[in-house]
Ligand binder design. Sequence first.
Ligand code: OSB
Ligand code: MG
Length: 351
Amino acid sequence: MRIDPFTLELADPLVTAAGTIDAREGFTVAYRHRGQRGVGEATPLPGWTESLEACREALHRAAAAADENASDSDGSGHGPALLELDAAETPAARHGFATALLDADARADGVPLYRWFDADVGTVSSVPVNATIGDAPVEKTVEAAEAAVADGFEALKCKVGARSVAEDARRLRAVREAVGEGVELRADANAAYDRETAREALEAFASAGVSYVEQPLAADDLAGHRELREMGVDIALDESLVEHDPQAILDADAADVLILKPMVLGGPDSAHALATRARERGIEPVVTTTIDGLIARTAAVHVAAAIPDVRACGLATADRLAEDLAPDPCPVADGTIAVPQSPGLGREVTL
Ligand SMILES: O=C(O)CCC(=O)c1ccccc1C(=O)O
Ligand SMILES: [Mg+2]
C-alpha cells in the first residue's frame, strides 16, 4: 500500500456556523488488488472524523497488516488491512483504503464504480447537484445565489446559524426574491441552534420556501430533531451521523433527509449501504463531499449515481479548491455533475 500526504488550499474558504474550512490535508492511497492499481483518498476533517495524525497511524497500521498477510491464500492482505480500519473510529482512513479497493475491484470487473454498486441503475451520465453558498452578508449571499442560478443550478444550499435568525431569514428571503420560485432552497445550520431558536428559525425560513434545514440542533439531540419535523420544513441530519451509529439514526424517526458524507461514514461502500437502508425507511439520502480532493469527490459522485433518482447532492465543491490532486473528471454544468463511465473511479483518476 502506498500512502502519500497532501495539502490542498481553498481558493474560496467555506464559512459555516461551526467555523471556516480553508485548507484540506490528507493522504492519497494506492493499492494493488486483483491485478489492478486502485486509488483512494483519506482527508480527515477535525470535528467530523479522526485527526490527521490518527488517520496517518491507522493507514500505516493497515499497510503493515496488508504486507504481513500478502501471501494469504487469496494472494492479498486486503481483508486484514480493512479489519484494522474501524468506520466509526477512523472513518477517513477507512475511506482512503476502501476507495482504493473498490476502485481496483470495479476496474477488475470492467465497470464504473456506480454500476459495481448497483448494476440495475443502468447508465447514469450525471447527477443533480446543489450550489454551496457560505455564510456572508445579504448582498454577497444574493450575488452568489444569482451567479449559481445563472450557471444552471436548480438547488441552492445556504449556510445559516452564524448570524441571528432574523438576519438569516432576511438573507434567505432576499435569495428567494432574486431567484424566483423554481429553485430549491436549502439551509444548513451546522448545529447552531438550541431548541427554541430552531423553532423560530424554521418558522422564519418557511416564509422563504426553504425545503429542508440541515442539522438545526446539536448532533446528539435526536429527540429535538424529531419534534422539529412537525414544523412544516423538512429536517436533514448530518452531524448526528458523527455522534450516532446509522441504525440509531434510522430508528429515531428524526429525519426526512440524511446527509451522507462518505469521508465521515468510513467509505463509499458504507455510504452506499446507508443510502439503500435510508430509502427503505422512506428517508431521502443526499450525498456530499467534505470539500475533498478529486479522488474522494469522484468516489462520492459514484455513490450518488448508484442511488436511483437521487435528489441534488452537495458534490459541486471542486471550485473551492485552489489546487487539486489531478485534473477533474467530473465537470459541473447546468446544475449537474458528470459521472465517469470508464472502469473504477474513472480512467482519468490515477496517481
Ligand atoms: O453539502 C454541500 O453542499 C457541500 C458540503 C458541505 O456543506 C460541508 C462540507 C464540509 C463539511 C461540512 C459540510 C456540511 O454539509 O455541513
Ligand atoms: Mg451539513
